[in-house]
Design a protein around this ligand. Structure first.
Ligand code: HEC
Ligand SMILES: [Cu+2]
Length: 347
């Protein structure tokens, strides 16, 4: 019987090259700040997770290289030519070989298991120091609510946390819950993914050491606009954070010139879904708008927060985010202008 080897070392090498190229280009696709890359950790526990992944990658990579080269060697060296008519001699019952391929994998799996468990426990049991900041993260279809219970702050989509240092550790402890379906909080440079599950609060913490903007993404398919449920984490210096907290704790601006827009807001059902602290608006279906203008983006990172974009959004949220759970409110052009003028006073 003639063997028809379908395995081609060249095809295999090609497939590997394509895979590596795809992996590398997706990892380095964007600019340095914008890259939500798992290869550039900037906080604990992202560092621990990164070292662990490198360790696992090194071991599994070594196994891959060893197995693949033996395979290629065997395929090339023992290729049965045209004349091959017989199976090669079969070897049974080698105690040494069987022991080797049982014991070595067990040791490898044990090492991987123990190192992984150690990191998981270190991350999970991270004790919360006095100086820690508490934030409650609530996943909504398709935006994020951030509550700072001790500071009395509620905001959306853009999380501000202080930078931490060895001398002055200031980790942020997040309590993750959901208002509707499963979501997943993932900012690759800061930590691993943690799901937000209805009726099952989860915990995670982050301790970033470099100020800056870190981008993330809901990592659990949660419905139509899941892909536009982005996360922006601002790691602030101590002064920046203190200034931000002070600003957020103010009641909403009350500008006389914007009274007409405020009236539109209070009579066109906006206030059934949105809160503006210091006014009658106490809805919780949509983001808190008390300090709307302190955010760089609207609609969970979908577009920049400009008057034009606010206008287009309120006219019809489907303009940017088809499937968003805010209805087009059918305002007249004049009402639209007035309500946008009002919203832009909310610093
Ligand atoms: C039925 C509830 C509902 C009503 C009524 C409603 N909204 Fe919204 N609104 C939402 C939801 C939900 C979002 C978040 C959408 C998303 O990002 O997916 C939102 C988002 C917004 C945003 C963006 C906020 C941010 O930080 O991303 C603005 C601004 C806004 N609404 C203004 C208004 C105005 C003005 C009105 C009245 C004309 C209004 N909304 C009426 C539910 C509502
Ligand atoms: Cu989601």
């Amino acid at each position: 019987m003639q063997h028809q080897p379908s395995f081609s070392p060249i095809r295999c090498a090609l497939a590997l090259a394509v895979f590596l190229f795809a992996a590398a280009s997706s990892a380095f696709a964007d600019g340095p700040q914008a890259t939500p890359s798992i290869f550039a950790p900037a906080a604990s526990p992202a560092h621990e997770i990164y070292s662990l992944s490198l360790f696992v990658l090194a071991i599994t990579g070594a196994i891959f290289v060893a197995v693949a080269s033996l395979l290629v060697y065997a395929v090339v060296r023992f290729r049965g030519g045209k004349e091959a008519r017989h199976e090669p001699p079969q070897i049974y019952g080698s105690m040494q070989v069987e022991l080797a391929w049982t014991v070595i994998p067990i040791i490898i799996v044990l090492v991987l298991f123990l190192t992984t468990t150690r990191v998981i426990f270190a991350v999970q049991n991270g004790a919360e120091p006095e100086s820690a900041l508490d934030v409650v993260v609530i996943g909504h279809q398709f935006w994020w609510e951030f509550r700072y219970p001790k500071l009395g702050i509620v905001t959306a989509n853009e999380l501000h946390i202080p930078v931490s240092s060895k001398l002055e550790p200031q980790p942020t402890f997040l309590r993750l819950i959901s208002a509707d379906v499963d979501h997943s909080f993932w900012v690759p440079q800061l930590s691993g993914k943690t799901d937000l599950i209805p009726n099952h609060p989860n915990q995670m913490w982050i301790e970033p050491e470099t100020p800056g903007l870190y981008l993330g993404q809901c990592a659990q398919f949660c419905g139509m606009e899941h892909a536009k449920m982005l996360i922006r984490v601002y790691v602030d210096t101590d002064q920046q954070f203190a200034a931000w907290v002070k600003e957020q704790q103010q009641p909403a601006a009350d500008v006389a010139a914007a009274a007409a827009g405020r009236q539109v807001f209070e009579t066109e059902a906006c206030m059934n879904c949105h809160t503006i602290a210091g006014t009658a608006a106490r809805g919780t279906v949509g983001p808190d708008l008390t300090h709307l203008m302190s955010r760089a983006t609207i609609a969970s990172g979908t577009v920049l927060n400009t008057p034009q974009n606010l206008h287009a959004w309120i006219q019809d949220p489907n303009n940017f985010k088809p499937g968003a759970l805010m209805p087009a409110m059918q305002l007249t052009d004049q009402q639209l202008d007035q309500v946008v003028a009002y919203l832009t006073t909310l610093h």
